[in-house]
Write a protein that binds this ligand. Structure first.
Ligand code: AMP
Ligand code: MG
Length: 276
């Protein structure tokens, strides 16, 4: 029997890691299902405690999962599966596409700040402020000086968030070029997946190496003690989803949450309810 641990999830920081590998785990379908089933009750309870503490006027902070990855890397699936066991009231999902005209008239972090999860929430970004140094580098949408400025701005921004009580989990869903081809092919063979296919993805695929290089540089510049990057091999989608759940579990556990105490006299209230 294979058992995965949080330490193994947290060790996934090497950008040269093989995207087809499943470090720390014998990733059969059964093993993954068993492992996920084992941690989901705790995930659910800890998220409820986080939200309950906020609702009770405590200050439990929040969690922000930042998802990046090439097209078809499984970001949408990770969002769906990570949030699946959680109470939808306590989650906040934001997807970032090409900026609107209004967004472009502000600093790149403007739309990001607006989308931050509130206190007590688990937020997920499907793409993020990292697009502003990744796609911008690959397609020269900004000058090299501006991109350099942005790495620093990102580090400062994330430190500010962490100081304010946010735990940031940055995940790169690392797929191989071959796997992307399989995924794109699959989308074209299945009419229920046409909606996920975007002809532009093939053009971006043509810049594969430039994207990998842009990611490598971004990891180097923005993997900090307060907000490290996790490079999750993602050719095995169920494995990648499992790893993200472990990272979330670790973040929730680190908050050492208790159930909020009653702000009323429980015995008095019991008597009142009984008599009512
Ligand atoms: P999707 O995630 O498939 O809906 O695609 C969103 C597209 O928006 C991707 O091609 C991203 O590279 C692009 N995108 C997201 N954020 C930005 C940004 N800040 N600047 C330019 N393009 C972006
Ligand atoms: Mg897409």
């Amino acid at each position: 029997m294979s058992t995965f641990t949080i330490a193994e999830a947290k060790a996934l920081v090497d950008p040269t890691i093989d995207p087809t590998s499943t470090p720390g785990f014998k990733a059969s379908k059964e093993n993954i299902e068993r492992q996920v089933a084992e941690i989901e009750p705790e995930l659910r309870e800890l998220q409820e405690k986080l939200y309950a503490n906020f609702r009770s006027g405590n200050n439990p902070g929040n969690i922000l999962i930042v998802l990046q990855g090439m097209d078809t890397s499984g970001k949408g699936g990770v969002v769906k599966h990570t949030l699946d066991p959680l109470d939808p009231q306590g989650v906040h999902i934001t997807g970032f596409g090409k900026p609107t005209k209004e967004e472009l008239s502000h600093d790149f972090l403007w739309r990001i700040r607006k989308a931050l999860p509130g206190p007590g929430k688990v937020g997920i970004f499907d793409r993020s402020h990292y697009e502003d140094v990744i796609v911008h580098r690959v397609h020269e949408l900004s000058s090299p000086e501006e991109i350099e400025r942005r790495y620093d701005a990102i580090n400062e921004f994330e430190k500010e968030l962490v100081d304010g009580g946010t735990t940031i989990i940055k995940v790169f869903l690392h797929i191989s070029k071959e796997f992307q081809k399989e995924n794109l092919t699959e989308r074209l063979e299945d009419p229920t997946k046409y909606w996920k296919y975007n002809p532009g993805d093939v053009d971006e695929r043509g810049h594969w190496d430039a994207y990998q290089e842009a990611y490598r540089i971004a990891f180097e510049k923005t993997s900090t003690d307060v907000a490290p990057w996790y490079i999750v091999p993602s050719d095995n989608k169920p494995y990648a989803r499992m790893v993200v759940k472990f990272l979330l579990l670790d973040a929730l556990r680190s908050k050492n949450l208790e159930w909020p105490a009653a702000d009323f006299d429980v015995e008095v209230e019991k008597a009142r309810v009984a008599a009512s």
